[in-house]
Design a protein. Structure first.
Length: 68
């Protein structure tokens, strides 16, 4: 029974983490006056690296919060 509880909590924290990352991306997208999707469609590699770094940074923060 404890295994199922831990599995459920892991799934819940995973979903919460993904939601927080999505919200962080939306906030960042609203703050910066640049259309990231258009730039990615054009193949702008630097925007892809920027978004990857942003998501990794948010993921590190979320993982610390969830682990606490």
């Amino acid at each position: 029974m404890e295994i199922l509880t831990n599995l459920g909590l892991s799934v819940l924290f995973g979903i919460v983490g993904i939601l927080i990352m999505a919200i962080g991306y939306v906030i960042f997208d609203k703050m910066i006056p640049l259309d990231f999707n258009k730039e990615l469609e054009k193949g702008n590699l630097s925007v892809g690296v920027l978004i990857a770094g942003l998501l990794i940074g948010i993921a590190i923060i979320v993982s610390r919060v969830v682990a606490a």
